[in-house]
Design a protein around this ligand. Sequence first.
Ligand SMILES: C[S@@+](CC[C@H](N)C(=O)[O-])C[C@H]1O[C@@H](n2cnc3c(N)ncnc32)[C@H](O)[C@@H]1O
Length: 247
Amino acid sequence: MTLSNGSQDKLFMAYQEKIQQFQFDDAVASVFSDMIKRSVPGYENIISMIGLFTQAHARQGTNCYDLGCSLGASTLAILGNLEHKDCLVIGVDNSSAMTERCQNNLGQFYDSTKFRICCEDIQNTKLENASVIVLNFTLQFVEKAERDALMKKIYQALVPGGVLILSEKILFDDPIKNQLFTDLHHGFKKAQGYSNLEISQKRSALENTLIPEPTGDHLQRLSNAGFTQADLWFQCLNFASFFAIKS
Ligand SMILES: C[S@@+](CC[C@H](N)C(=O)[O-])C[C@H]1O[C@@H](n2cnc3c(N)ncnc32)[C@H](O)[C@@H]1O
């Protein structure tokens, strides 16, 4: 089960005199499915692989968390791959525009006893008895200074053998490589039908909101949190996904 594309993202199509900071508000939530597919190369591959990680790591009687669940694309991938394990799937997002839609989306396919959707800051969410935790393009929106504490909380919440899947936009230490991938990402978005104006206005809106980090910083944070097994499993241009398993 997957989400439909919903309405087409035209939010940055018209020229804006002053670009407001990007927010996950009602306008964004109403086009988000289309927006993320046309903005993040490899997004749909990552979603389906979250299903495979779930098959391999979800344990009977545990919780599976989707932190920053938005409309529930990853939550659905988890729910669809539990293979009759008695797990509770918990989606968390601090945008009510997202959680209200997410609740409806999941309710179309699953009984409400199988999942819980919470509107709250993932930094305040109590995490426990987890065999799968997904942070799919969410950590990049958390204050950099708060990321270590969140990762430690995630590590503590996982049961042995539990997995974290962390997907992020990434930076490169080499500025030439950074520019190369930024330009290629721009090309990807143009191929998806976005105009130069849409691309540049959205980039400005995200400027101080989405803060990417290099791969090495992510792996170091995972190691500092306690993970001994962590690696990059997917990269397409400047978008990457990591897994980390608790021993
Ligand atoms: C790029 S979207 C995530 C996409 C989603 N995980 C998916 O796979 O389709 C980022 C989401 O994280 C949420 N978010 C950002 N910071 C958050 C926080 N501190 N607590 C809870 N949710 C947060 C936003 O509201 C937004 O819905």
